[in-house]
Design a protein around this ligand. Structure first.
Ligand code: CMP
Length: 139
């Protein structure tokens, strides 16, 4: 099934100029980048995007970190794109991420873990629409 998923290259990775390497890994994996933008999230945007985590102990730090610098948001499309991108990212905690995954290669910690990817079809639809209008999805 062809799906779309939202990718965010997070502030820690953009600060280290890793967006080129990460986007190359995404393309080499066969996923197509059909929309992309670099933005700096406002506090309100970060709070809304991660609202599902608002009762977690790491929420305040997560919002602080996600607004600390620019991020690169993209929409990825391909066969089973949601699961395919999660496999390419590796586990949330880089200590548990498989060899060759983005997080194993580039994540600094469980919070500064280089990338975000949607975790299910409903979340992907919400997260894509959070950052992109239909006319901005060109690919
Ligand atoms: P992400 O996949 O974007 O989803 C929620 C984010 O919260 C996660 O990546 C991490 O950046 C962060 N996160 C998840 N678990 C923890 C944790 N235990 N401590 C700190 N940050 C976390």
């Amino acid at each position: 099934m062809i799906q779309q998923t939202l990718s965010i290259i997070k502030p820690d990775a953009v600060a280290r100029s890793l967006q080129g390497e990460i986007l190359a890994m995404i393309q080499k994996s066969g996923l197509r980048i059909v929309a992309m933008k670099m933005i700096r999230l406002t506090r309100a945007q970060a709070e809304a995007f991660y609202e599902v985590h608002k009762d977690r102990p790491f929420y305040a730090d997560l919002v602080e970190y996600m607004t600390s610098g620019p991020v690169v948001c993209s929409v990825l499309e391909g066969e089973n794109a949601i699961a395919a991108y999660r496999t390419l990212m590796g586990a949330t905690n880089p200590a548990n991420a498989a060899e060759g995954t983005i997080r194993r290669l580039y994540a600094e910690s469980v919070q500064a873990n280089a990338v975000h990817g949607s975790d299910a079809p409903e979340t992907a639809a919400r997260e894509v629409a959070f950052f992109f209008s239909r006319t901005e999805i060109a690919g």
